[in-house]
Design a protein around this ligand. Structure first.
Ligand code: TXA
Ligand code: MG
Length: 346
């Protein structure tokens, strides 16, 4: 694990190499201090890297919005070390919250509940609910334990871009503004690779964002069917979760989703002079020369790999990225969701 520290008045960044962050209490307590004193710290979670700020400090939270270029109407997730801390951020803790927290925390599940008064409006975008999760990544958990404050953290990327699963993605996304981040904790690639599943418990349990904790897994624990917000319904005027805005998680290079086989049978072919990439589960050679990324056929492994592949291909400055539609089924739902958004035109 490496730690990158920036001083706000300097462009130069310093990397310290250390062997094991979890045992390195000094680094993590320094990071926790920065958070408590209003600084910004990038830290790994099991899903994607987060851009963290003290979630009770409205000024620090505003810095996150400014640096990300995030619309003020899109609320942030508060990260906490355990469900006791989570409860204190809400006014009610329904049975469903108890069940889901016991089953999936720490882990890649976010719960939306009525907010307690201590949660600043900046975090919730002025809304009456707050999103909370307990991440399972050991660095994140230890940092949260040491911080003693909830940490507001969106994915550590400029708004609208693909979330970072590696520190190099964070560096590329923030470019010359990277020095506005006080500290970056680098623990290598994240394991889950897609953002957490978001479930609202403010009313009937409702899926707001699919993730790698799947709908059947949640329904089994709750013993009821989740209300599912249809992607297109959520595009209508009132957005219950503004992060559901259609074009989100998108590379700069145009991305197209295609039925598997469309490439092989020649239906798809780059015009003269265009450079394309092909992201596929098909292990045979491509029908014409192009960048090919062979994806794992297991959904967990596919999810873990997807954003890194998209970041990498995007950096090549190609004309188009063609992605074969992955298989159907609940285990692939979050992958379909992110790919659909990455392919959206607006
Ligand atoms: O895995 C994750 O969730 C990562 C890591 C860093 O924890 N975080 C993340 O944060 O993806 P962000 O800000 O990129 O996405 C948060 C999502 C957005 O879609 C936002 O609209 C939704 O959660 N959200 C946050 N607060 C909400 C609320 N009170 N009600 C409904 N949706 C909310
Ligand atoms: Mg994000």
């Amino acid at each position: 694990m490496r730690v990158k520290s920036g001083e706000s008045n300097r462009m130069t960044q310093v990397w310290h190499k250390i062997t094991d962050c979890v045992n390195n209490a000094d680094i993590l307590s320094a990071a926790a201090d920065r958070l408590r004193s209003g600084g910004l710290v990038v830290f790994p979670t099991e899903t994607v890297y987060g851009l963290g700020a003290n979630g009770l400090d409205a000024k620090a939270v505003r810095k996150v919005f400014d640096l990300k270029g995030r619309p003020a109407h899109n609320p942030l997730i508060l990260h906490v070390a355990d469900s006791d801390q989570a409860r204190r951020l809400t006014t009610t803790w329904p049975r469903e919250a108890e069940i889901l927290a016991a089953a999936f925390w720490p882990g890649p599940l976010t719960l939306v509940l009525p907010k307690a008064d201590c949660v600043p409006d900046e975090v919730t975008a002025g809304g009456p609910t707050v999103a909370i999760r307990v991440p399972v990544h050991p660095v994140a958990l230890e940092l949260l334990r040491l911080a003693h404050v909830p940490v507001a953290a969106p994915s550590a990327n400029r708004s609208g871009e693909i979330s970072p699963t590696k520190v190099e993605h964070v560096l590329r996304s923030f470019g010359h503004r990277i020095h506005e981040i006080d500290l970056i904790l680098d623990a290598g690639p994240t394991q889950v690779g897609l953002e957490s599943t978001v479930v609202s418990l403010d009313g009937p349990p409702t899926l707001l964002r699919p993730g790698m904790i799947s709908v059947p897994q949640i329904e089994e624990k709750l013993g009821l069917r989740l209300k599912i917000l249809d992607l297109h319904e959520t595009l209508a005027a009132s957005l219950p979760s503004p992060g559901l805005l259609k074009r989100h998680y998108a590379p700069h290079t145009p991305l197209e989703l295609r039925q598997p086989g469309a490439m092989r049978d020649g239906t798809q072919r780059p015009p003269q002079g265009e450079r394309w990439a092909w992201v596929t589960l098909d292990p045979t050679d491509p029908p014409f020369p192009m960048e090919v990324r062979l994806m794992p056929s297991d959904p967990k492994a596919y999810a873990a790999r997807l954003y890194d592949v998209l970041h990498e291909l995007d950096a090549l400055g190609l004309d188009r990225i063609i992605v074969d539609l992955p298989p159907a089924g609940p285990a692939w739902q979050a992958i379909h969701n992110r790919l659909t958004r990455a392919a959206a035109q607006d």
